[in-house]
Ligand binder design. Structure first.
Ligand code: GNR
Ligand code: NI
Length: 172
């Protein structure tokens, strides 16, 4: 399984809206497997294809705790068909915004319809961290980062720090 480098903001590629997958074939399965390996290596609890430069509506997640068995989930062409009325706050991170975190409010629960790794249609009711992670990943598929849910002041502060960190890394 090949590890794929993860794109960090600011980068115009992260703002692109991803395209639906036609059929879940071996090439899509290889993408899913490479994304999962890259997510575990990062380490992270979710990854969208756009973060590795592929503009397909494909996400992987595994929100199992470190002392639990792995529980990978592959979602192709995900569509949220229910948002709960109750909202929740969570301190979000993002592999494309390394070392930055912010409290983001989202619906607590969702129902998501998607194609699994075999191309079979599935429906999943999620709450808690899984719901949070799927909503965060689905934002990526529409070119949205968690900082886009913040005020322009907070967003630009984080983006400026990322530019500065990248400059320092490049000249180190
Ligand atoms: O690893 C990740 N942790 C995380 C924590 C809170 C809310 C969302 C996430 S997803 C993130 C990995 C990532 O950037 N996925 O796009
Ligand atoms: Ni992210």
């Amino acid at each position: 399984m090949a590890l794929m480098p993860i794109i960090t903001a600011p980068d115009p590629r992260l703002k692109v809206r991803s395209e639906a997958v036609g059929t879940v074939d071996d090439a899509v399965r290889k993408l899913l497997d490479d994304m999962l390996a890259s997510m575990y290596a990062a380490p992270g609890i979710g990854l969208s294809a756009i973060q590795v430069g592929v503009t397909k509506r494909v996400i992987v997640t595994d929100v199992a705790a470190d002392d639990e068995p792995r529980a990978p989930l592959f979602l192709v062409n995900p569509r949220i068909v229910r948002f709960s009325d109750d909202m929740a706050l969570y301190n979000e991170g993002c592999l494309s915004l390394p070392e930055h975190y912010a409290e983001i409010e989202r619906p607590e629960g969702i129902t998501v319809e998607y194609l699994d790794r075999d191309g079979a249609p599935r429906s999943l009711d999620a709450g808690g961290l899984l719901s949070r992670c799927i909503q965060h990943e689905m934002d990526h598929l529409d070119g949205i980062l968690f900082v886009d849910h913040l005020s322009a002041i907070k967003r630009n502060m984080i983006l400026r720090k990322l530019v500065k960190a990248r400059r320092q890394k490049a000249s180190a």
